[in-house]
Design a protein. Structure first.
Length: 397
C-alpha cells in the first residue's frame, strides 16, 4: 500500500511550522514520493502493519535488521516469520489490538530471532496511524543488543569490582591481624626465651661469682656448665623462631631441595609417606616466585597434617608449556569445595593460597571430594617465575 498524505501535515499545523515559500503547500501535499523516500532511507527499521499483524510495508533498515528481503515480508503476517518467542508473540498481539483501538502503546523490548538464527534485542515503538481512513500500526525498531551487552558487562565489572573491594578489605584486615599475631608470637618468644634466659643467667652467674670468691671451684664450674647448656637451649629456640619467619634454605638452596627438606621433616614427625616428582628441565625459579610456591606448599602441608588424616602425599613441581606447575595430592578424607564456596566457609589457608598465586599472575585450583583426597594445583607463567636455562656455547673445533 502506498503511503498517503495523512502522515505529512495536518490541517491544525500551527503557522510557525508552515512550509517554506519555495515549495507550495499544495505541491508538497501531493508529493507522495517524498514520504516514500524518507520512509525507505530512514536509518531506523520501520514496519507498517495492519491490526492483525500483516506486514504492509517495510523499509531497507527493516530488511537488514531481520535478514528478510522486503518482498519476502510484505503480505506476510509477522507471526509467521517466527522471529518472536511464543510469549512475545502473545504480548505483541495484545499491543497491536490496543494500537488498533487508538490507544498509545509506547516502547518495549523484544528478544528477536533473526533469519540466520542469531538473537538480537530490539527496542520498539508502536504508534496507531490512519492512512486513507484505515487504522494501521507503525512500528520503529532499533537494535540495542550491543548497548545491552555493554550495560551487562559494565554491571558485571562493577559487581566484580565491589567483590574485589570487599575481598581487599577482608585481606587487609586479615593482614593486619596476621602481622599483629606474628608480633605477639615474636614478643612472646623474646619475653619467654630471651627474658627468661637473661634472668636465669643473672642468678646463675651471681652464684658462680660467689662460689669463685669463696674458693669453691668445683660447684662454680658445674654452674658454668649449666649456664652454657641453658644458653645453647635458648639459642636453638631462637633459631627455630627465626626459621619459621624465613627459612634460610630459601636463600641458599634450590626450591626442590627446600620443598624436599620441609616435607621430609614433616614425614619424620607425622609418619606421612611423601613422593617427590621434580622436572624443571634446567629452569631456575626466581626468588619471589620461589617464596610464593614454598609458602603455598607449606600451607598445603599444614592443611594435610591438621585436617585431612592423609597417609600418602605426592608433591610434583615441573616446568612445561611455559608454565611452572605445582601439584600436591593427598589421599585424605577430602571435602566438597563447591559447597564450602557457596556457604562461604573456605578456610583462610585456601584463600591465602589463592591470593599468593595471583600475586605472581598465577592460577590456583583445588579439587576434592569426600573420601577421595584433595589436590592443590598452582600454575605460574614462566615469564613471571623463572629464568631460562643458559645455553652452552658450541664447542670449538
Amino acid at each position: 500500500m502506498p503511503l498517503g498524505n495523512d502522515l505529512l501535515v495536518s490541517e491544525k499545523t500551527p503557522p510557525q511550522f508552515a512550509i517554506s515559500s519555495q515549495f507550495s503547500r499544495q505541491k508538497l501535499l501531493t508529493s507522495k514520493e517524498l514520504l516514500q523516500i524518507i520512509f525507505e532511507f530512514a536509518p531506523v527499521a520501520h514496519f507498517l502493519f495492519d491490526t492483525r499483524g500483516t506486514i504492509i510495508e517495510a523499509n531497507k533498515a527493516a530488511a537488514e535488521l531481520t535478514g528478510y528481503a522486503r518482498e519476502e515480508m510484505i503480505g506476510r503476517n509477522t507471526f509467521e516469520l517466527e522471529i518472536l518467542t511464543r510469549e512475545q508473540a502473545r504480548k505483541v498481539r495484545h499491543r497491536f489490538a490496543s494500537a488498533g483501538s487508538g490507544k498509545s502503546v509506547g516502547h518495549h523490548e523484544y528478544d528477536m530471532k533473526l533469519r540466520d538464527g542469531s538473537r538480537r534485542i530490539l527496542e520498539s515503538n508502536v504508534f496507531p496511524i490512519k492512512i486513507d481512513g484505515q487504522t494501521l500500526i507503525l512500528a520503529m525498531a532499533v537494535d540495542v543488543t550491543a548497548r545491552k551487552i555493554s550495560t551487562e558487562n559494565l554491571r558485571k565489572q562493577r559487581a566484580k569490582l565491589r567483590s574485589s573491594q570487599k575481598e581487599l578489605k577482608y585481606f587487609s584486615r586479615r593482614l593486619i591481624c596476621i602481622r599483629e599475631e606474628e608480633r605477639k608470637n615474636l614478643s612472646s618468644v623474646l619475653h619467654n626465651e630471651a627474658g627468661a634466659l637473661a634472668g636465669l643467667l643473672k642468678c646463675r652467674l651471681n652464684t658462680v661469682q660467689k662460689e669463685i670468691q669463696a674458693g669453691q671451684t668445683s660447684p662454680a664450674l658445674q654452674g658454668l656448665d649449666e649456664s652454657l647448656s641453658l644458653v645453647n637451649g635458648h639459642i636453638a629456640a631462637l633459631k627455630k623462631c627465626a626459621m619459621n619467619l624465613r627459612p634460610p634454605d630459601l636463600d641458599r638452596l634450590s626450591l626442590p631441595e627446600v620443598l624436599k627438606n620441609c616435607y621430609s621433616d614433616a614425614a619424620e614427625k607425622t609418619g606421612l609417606k611423601i613422593v617427590f616428582r621434580f622436572g624443571l628441565n634446567g629452569h631456575e625459579i626466581k626468588n619471589h616466585a620461589s617464596t610464593i610456591i614454598y609458602r603455598i606448599a607449606q600451607e598445603a602441608l599444614n592443611n594435610i597434617i591438621h585436617h585431612t588424616e592423609a597417609k600418602n602425599v605426592i608433591l610434583s613441581l615441573a616446568c612445561r608449556d611455559s608454565v611452572i606447575r605445582l601439584k600436591i595430592a593427598d589421599d585424605g578424607r577430602g571435602f566438597h569445595p563447591d559447597k564450602k564456596l557457596k556457604a562461604k566457609k573456605l578456610g583462610l589457608g585456601i584463600l591465602s593460597m589463592n591470593e599468593m598465586a595471583e600475586c605472581v599472575g598465577g592460577r590456583f585450583a583445588i579439587r576434592s571430594s569426600p573420601g577421595k583426597g584433595t589436590t592443590v594445583s598452582v600454575a605460574i607463567p614462566v615469564r613471571n617465575g623463572v629464568s631460562r636455562p643458559e645455553r652452552k656455547a658450541p664447542p670449538i673445533l
